[in-house]
Design a protein around this ligand. Structure first.
Ligand SMILES: Cc1cc2nc3c(=O)[nH]c(=O)nc-3n(C[C@H](O)[C@H](O)[C@H](O)COP(=O)(O)O)c2cc1C
Length: 177
């Protein structure tokens, strides 16, 4: 017989993350979104993973394009900027009309505002996990733009008093603060 184990979701709140903008482009349509769920997976070859909600426009475009960029955000990023990329959908607004960006060597759109460094990757595997998909990408190119402290998810919540929308994998942590 199985014994009941306690589920204290506060335990998950101790997991640490950074804050990123994941972007992609398909047939001229550029879009990006805030994601905290970005990680390096292997070193040789260099691979990364991002976890995106299936209802996001970025998820829809990435499914078709198979390539994405990750912009690593600096600590000083204004909340209004996070609001544009993290609380609005590209289905309602053109986020790339509101920021400085460039096309990277591998062909993905890269957000330049408040970005310390960026990575471009080609998807080689997708794993669907209920509401989200984890996209595994092999790094195609990456570069540093400036020195600075990367924004952490903890800083966003504790210092900037930010929230996470329903589409974020860590949404349930809003409730335990
Ligand atoms: C702090 C923060 C963290 C987030 N992390 C993620 C994430 O890891 N994955 C995800 O799919 N959405 C995440 N989101 C939510 C998306 O950024 C949001 O749903 C966005 O509006 C989707 O835009 P799109 O429809 O233009 O793709 C996060 C938002 C915030 C503010």
């Amino acid at each position: 017989m199985e014994t009941a184990v306690p589920i204290d979701v506060k335990a998950l709140f101790n997991l640490t993350y950074g804050m990123y903008i994941v972007s992609t482009e398909w047939e001229g349509r550029r879009n990006g979104q805030i994601a905290n769920s970005v990680m390096q997976v292997t070193s040789t070859p260099s691979t990364v993973a991002v976890c995106l909600n299936k209802e996001n426009l970025t998820w829809e475009l990435l499914l078709k394009s198979g390539k994405f960029s990750v912009a690593v955000l600096e600590e000083e990023v204004p909340m209004t900027f996070i609001g544009t990329f993290g609380f609005k959908s590209g289905r309602q607004i053109d986020k790339f009309a509101e920021c400085n960006w460039k096309t990277g060597p591998a062909g993905t759109p890269i957000v330049l505002d408040h970005t310390l460094s960026w990575i471009e990757a080609k998807v080689f595997e997708r794993v669907d996990v209920y509401t989200h998909s984890v996209f595994f990408g092999e790094v195609l190119s990456c570069s540093c733009l400036k020195e600075g402290s990367p924004l952490t998810y903890a800083n966003y919540h504790l210092v900037k008093k930010g929230k996470s929308p329903k589409s974020a994998p860590t949404y349930s942590l809003n409730a335990v603060k």
